[in-house]
Ligand binder design. Structure first.
Ligand code: SAH
Length: 376
């Protein structure tokens, strides 16, 4: 008998679902794949779990230290004050994870009299599991809290201050690859030889090619990949429209780059380690780096003013993270103080999140210059 290695029959429910879709519809775009792997109402990664922290798959800035949310809370309070301290304001967090950022923001916001009195909190979240976690984190929130599936249902009767940390990297992207004589879209298919999920190229050009930056379109070398994020652009455009009409400000924080650029940034992470993007659909986090230039363009087209792009390190230093860390370190004893120092360095250091993560400010046309992001 030939020595056969048994092939594991286990397939994630999300992979079974994707295979059924491919059989019925043909190859899927990367956006369809990402949308299902992360957000399918039954099998999606975010829909079925709380992925954060040491026991989970990855750790975000608010989960590293309370300093992150506190400084952003004070930033929001300052924006509100500079807007003339309106007596009604909607605070919005999009993609709130465990609700830690919002909880820390509100705690810090207590320092500015009147800010919380004017505010309520709106969380835009599609995951029922994470909504439960958020409700627990915000059980004693000092302001009314409500949830939305989509930014479309946010209230329109007052100004908004919107925060989105590591939200846009989770939105589906499409990938177009330069080939000899044109462009093809990267698609998810089933390999006819071994029946594994595999990436392939569309047989002909894709209409979405028209969205590629003109310069890139003309100059990219064969083999290069361009990523397009139509859903992220729609959301940024809608936020821009709301800020233009309702007034207020927005803070987008994420890993990303100033485009236009080429590169395949789709990545999967499981238990804090990179893994293959097709390995366990629905069981691993999938993200793509954010093209901040394209996002800013979409928000500006919607009518918002956009700030110059800044690194997370520079932004948090400008908001006083070093002094805040020193104060916390004084109050904490020995090992506690060391932990705070490590957290600070992770948030602002170049080998941590300080340079890879960027901050983009959005503002309504009448909002005064955004603290720490726009020249006063
Ligand atoms: N901001 C949090 C969590 C980031 S993870 C933090 O910094 O810790 C991404 C978050 O966005 C999760 O809460 C996820 O459930 C949510 N999310 C992903 N896609 C979404 C969508 N299309 N609409 C609303 N929320 C979404």
């Amino acid at each position: 008998m030939p020595n056969q290695t048994p092939v594991s029959a286990y397939m994630t429910p999300c992979e079974e679902h994707l295979r059924r879709r491919i059989l019925h519809e043909g190859p899927l775009t990367i956006a369809d794949f990402m949308g299902d792997a992360l957000g399918h109402p039954q099998f999606g990664y975010y829909i079925t779990r709380d992925p954060f922290g040491r026991a989970g798959d990855f750790t975000t800035a608010p989960e590293i230290s309370q300093m992150f949310g506190e400084l952003i809370g004070l930033w929001c309070a300052e924006v509100w004050q500079q807007m003339g301290a309106p007596d009604k304001l909607h605070l919005v967090e999009i993609g709130p994870g465990r609700g830690t950022l919002s909880a820390d923001m509100l705690r810090a916001g207590k320092r500015l009299p009147g800010f919380l009195k004017a505010s309520d909190l709106h969380l835009v979240e599609t995951s029922p599991v994470l909504r439960d976690v958020q409700a627990r984190s915000l059980e004693r929130a000092p302001v009314p809290v409500s949830w939305h599936n989509d930014i479309a249902t946010l209230p329109d009767d007052a100004s908004l201050i919107i925060v989105a940390n590591e939200f846009f990297d989770a939105l589906p992207i499409r990938q177009i690859q330069r080939v000899e004589g044109g462009w093809r879209e990267r698609l998810l298919a089933i390999n006819p030889n071994d029946h594994t999920l595999a990436l392939t190229l569309s047989p002909g050009p894709s209409v979405i090619e028209s969205l590629i930056d003109k310069n890139l379109h003309n100059r990219a070398k064969v083999g290069r990949v361009v990523e397009l994020a139509p859903l992220a652009w729609r959301i940024a455009g809608d936020l821009g429209k709301r800020l233009a009409i309702q007034g207020g400000a927005g803070l987008v924080i994420d890993y990303g780059y100033s485009g236009p650029a080429t590169g395949d940034t789709l990545q999967a992470v499981k238990a804090h380690k990179p893994c293959g993007v097709l390995e366990t659909p629905g069981d691993a986090d999938l993200t793509a780096h954010v093209d901040f230039t394209a996002l800013a363009h979409a928000a500006a087209q919607g009518g918002a003013r956009v700030s110059p792009l800044m690194t997370q390190g520079d932004f948090l230093r400008g908001l006083g993270i070093e002094i805040r860390a020193q104060n916390l370190m004084k109050a904490a004893a020995g090992p506690g103080a060391k932990q705070i120092e490590i957290a600070r360095d992770r948030l602002i250091g170049a080998d941590g999140m300080g340079t890879l993560f960027k901050v983009l400010g959005l503002a309504g046309p009448n909002t005064p210059p955004l603290p720490g992001l726009e020249p006063a």
